[in-house]
Design a protein around this ligand. Structure first.
Ligand SMILES: Cc1ncc(COP(=O)(O)O)c(C=O)c1O
Length: 373
């Protein structure tokens, strides 16, 4: 049997990894500035992460959500206090798309409405409602097209005002910082304005923090830079450091009803052990502060010697936009300098390294980039 050929592969076969370093089957080491699409948060192969998961595996890997699971409660407490939303409710699932799918469904249940606003260049996943609210016609199948999805220009508050005056809106979904769209920050005040429209009109503000959350930007969630309190926050990626887990933080004003949401695998014992290990390591090693400091240091280094590109981002979520396509630079970074980076569109390098990246590792990237340029 052959694999269904949908991925653009780099031609590299990683076999082991630790911290921010990946090793391939030929013994070459790569500096990981991409974290496998923003997934690796505490670094590869952290000993406490391995210990937490293996000891749970020996006790109980899985039982369904029909029984008490104290690990879920522990995770809710720890997450609530670390992220600054202790009064919110937690629902666990398995991935980012699933978190958004549930958030959209929940907002529709809570308001009794069906129209949602999303934004140009936004990405929310590949399940039905999430993909309908993603601004990429190439990945929306005919069955997912719906007039309930209003895609408006990002950062255009007048367009949002108009949409509210013409439609009954259930909610708005917006990324804390657009990731796949090229590390695009919300304009100052934009998220606040969205919150205002939602509050005035009885709609739900859903913050997709799947890429921008979990400490990557130097705060637990990127929207915390904008001083807003969403109704629903979605998370995944960095939450399990590679172990599949996603979740929704839900305002205490949204009341649960039995059967409203549900999942077989979501919040299983092993996934909770992984997510708890991630939070424990983030706290103990002060990784959110490290993301802020190392990210600022990297940004300064890049700006100091630069006259060819524009740098955007917060903490360790960084976009480096060039006037021309950047594929050649990225290839040289990967194959000559042995540094993994991502790409957004054609012109932007996208960096999403583990939060434990050191200033020396960040400097190695900056030096390699300038050498290539
Ligand atoms: C902002 C955002 N939302 C949702 C998703 C979908 O997450 P998943 O691939 O885990 O379904 C992604 C994935 O890249 C993302 O970046």
């Amino acid at each position: 049997m052959r694999l269904f050929d949908v991925y653009q592969l780099l031609g590299i076969t990683p076999v082991s990894a630790s911290g921010c370093t990946i090793r391939d089957d030929k013994g070459i080491s790569y500096l990981d500035l991409y974290g496998g699409h923003a997934v690796i948060s505490i670094g590869h192969s952290h000993p406490w992460y391995i210990e937490r998961i293996t000891s749970q595996l020996k006790k109980l890997a899985f039982y369904s959500n029909s029984v008490q699971n104290p690990l879920q409660e522990e995770l809710a407490d720890k997450l609530g206090s670390m992220c600054g939303y202790p009064g919110f409710q937690l629902f666990l699932c398995n991935s980012g798309a699933e978190a958004n799918e549930n958030a959209i469904k929940l907002a529709s249940f809570a308001t009794g409405r069906k129209k949602f606003i999303a934004f140009s260049r936004g990405f929310h996943g590949r399940t039905s409602a999430a993909v309908a609210l993603t601004d990429n016609p190439n990945i929306i199948a005919p069955v997912n097209r719906t007039e309930n999805a209003l895609i408006l220009p990002f950062n255009d508050q007048e367009a949002v005002r108009e949409a509210f005056s013409g439609h009954e809106i259930a909610g708005i979904i917006v990324e804390g910082i657009q990731g796949i769209g090229g590390i695009q920050l919300p304009a100052p005040g934009f998220l606040k304005t969205l919150q205002g429209f939602c509050r005035e009109n009885g709609a739900m503000l859903i913050l997709d923090e799947i890429q921008s959350g979990y400490g990557r930007t130097g705060k637990f969630f990127a929207h915390q830079y904008d001083g807003v309190v969403p109704d629903i926050i979605t998370m995944a990626k960095g939450m399990g450091n590679g172990f599949p887990i996603g979740g929704l933080l839900i305002s205490p004003d949204i009341k649960p009803r039995r059967g409203m949401l549900g999942t077989t695998f979501g919040g299983n014992h092993l996934a909770c052990a992984a997510a708890l290990a991630v939070l424990e390591i983030m706290e103990k090693e002060n990784l959110i502060e490290n993301a802020l400091q190392t990210g600022n240091d990297l940004m300064n280094r890049l700006n100091e010697r630069n006259d060819r590109f524009a740098v955007r981002g917060r903490g360790l979520m960084t976009g480096i936009e060039f006037p021309d396509p950047v594929g050649g630079i990225r290839s040289r970074l990967i194959y000559d300098s042995h540094i993994f980076t991502g790409i957004s569109g054609t012109n932007t390098l996208r960096l999403l390294p583990p939060l434990c990246l050191t200033k020396e590792e960040a400097a190695r990237f900056a030096d390699s980039l300038f050498e290539i340029l």
